[in-house]
Design a protein around this ligand. Structure first.
Ligand code: CAA
Ligand code: NAD
Length: 295
């Protein structure tokens, strides 16, 4: 009490150009947020459809701002121009920081990260938006793990303030400081956390999802659970709807990582609705069917 607060340490690395790999729910949101807050971003995917969806979502969100009188049309056009969609790795060369946001699969992520490290100028900061996979596990694919850390955004990116920045065993302070600075520039509230499966938030959230799934396996009506959680308990959305928002495929992969990491707390049951829907390719809002149907 009464002591002067130290100013937060800022980084020597200046992020002028960002890139995101994956133009899905998260990659699209990260691209929108970066452009909206003024840092140009290259958005790379392996599918043109995904790039089109990502750009469509960004232009819808910006269009809403114009309609509500919160943004001028020329600013909207300039902001959209700050997102460069591409299918080519060679377009990523100018990025100072790359956020990997591809599927939640350690092998795919390791291959993507190793490829990036090989192709990019030395010193480029690499981050992963993984939900649950340990940063040290992903870092085994890298020759310079000091330039790598987790940068875990929450869905929907434009609305959720928190970003978890995950320090791997070999992550340098310079990398952490640069990523904290970038998160602040995006208008987010970063917290730096240690590495473990699920980091901080998903160690809380996935046991909650698992508890919900168990109720359903025991016969509970998922829509009634949602109604109680939303209308009476007061949360913005119940677990079934939130799983549809997150993506059942992503939730399935995350549950697997968490069950392997914390077998005493989590397990995957065959009759679990997340397992059943994942096998049936009912991935939630992203393909219009999950617990609920979407138009
Ligand atoms: N993308 C972008 N914007 C969205 C959106 C979306 N998917 N959903 C809603 N919004 C926007 C609306 O357009 C609206 O914009 P304006 O403020 O400009 O009018 C604004 O959010 C308010 O929307 P609503 O009135 O419908 O809702 P709200 O303000 O009451 O709450 C919310 C919005 C904060 C997203 C709330 O619904 C919420 O907290 N939901 C829970 C989200 C959550 O738990 N996310 C975590 C998922 S797990 C995860 O991310 C981690 C992981 O690793 C899997
Ligand atoms: P998504 O399925 O919506 O999108 C994944 C995208 O990655 C797809 O467009 C796919 O074409 C693309 N992709 C696959 N391989 C690629 C490659 N080699 N190079 C470039 N693009 C590639 O998934 P999502 O929900 O955006 O999740 C992405 C990551 O973010 C996952 O690690 C997930 O765990 C994490 N995450 C998800 C949420 C969420 O709520 N959905 C929240 C926080 C973190």
């Amino acid at each position: 009490k009464g002591k002067a607060r130290k100013q937060a340490k800022t980084s020597d690395v200046v992020i002028k150009q960002a890139a995101v790999l994956g133009a899905g729910i998260m990659g699209g949101g990260i691209a929108y947020q970066s452009a909206y807050k003024g840092t140009p971003i290259i958005m790379k995917d392996i599918q043109q459809d995904a790039l089109d969806l990502g750009m469509g979502e960004a232009s819808k969100l910006l269009g809403q701002k114009v309609q509500r009188g919160h943004m001028a049309m020329d600013k909207m056009v300039a902001t959209l121009g700050k997102i460069k969609p591409t299918l080519n790795d060679s377009d990523l060369q100018s990025a100072d920081i790359i956020v990997e946001a591809v599927v939640e699969n350690p092998k795919v992520k390791q291959a993507v990260l190793a490829g990036l490290e090989k192709d990019m100028p030395a010193g480029t900061i690499l981050t992963s938006n993984t939900s649950t996979i340990r940063i040290d596990e992903l870092a085994t694919a890298l020759e310079k793990p000091e330039n790598f850390c987790g940068m875990h955004f929450f869905n929907p990116v434009p609305k959720m303030p928190l970003v978890e920045i995950i320090r791997g065993e070999k992550t340098s302070e310079q990398t952490i400081n640069a990523v904290v600075d970038y998160a602040l520039k995006l208008g987010k509230s970063p917290i730096v956390v240690n590495d473990c499966p699920g980091f901080f938030v998903n160690r809380v959230l996935f046991p909650y999802f698992a508890g919900f799934s168990k109720l359903v396996v025991e016969g509970a009506d998922f829509a009634k659970v949602d109604k109680v959680m939303e209308n009476v308990f007061g949360w913005p959305m119940g677990p079934a709807y939130l799983l549809d928002v997150v993506g059942i495929d992503t939730a399935y992969h995350c549950t697997g990582v968490m069950a392997d990491g914390f077998p005493e707390r989590m397990s995957r049951a065959e009759k679990d609705p997340v397992t059943i829907f994942a096998n049936e390719k009912r991935f939630g809002q992203k393909n219009k069917a999950g617990f609920y149907q979407y138009a």
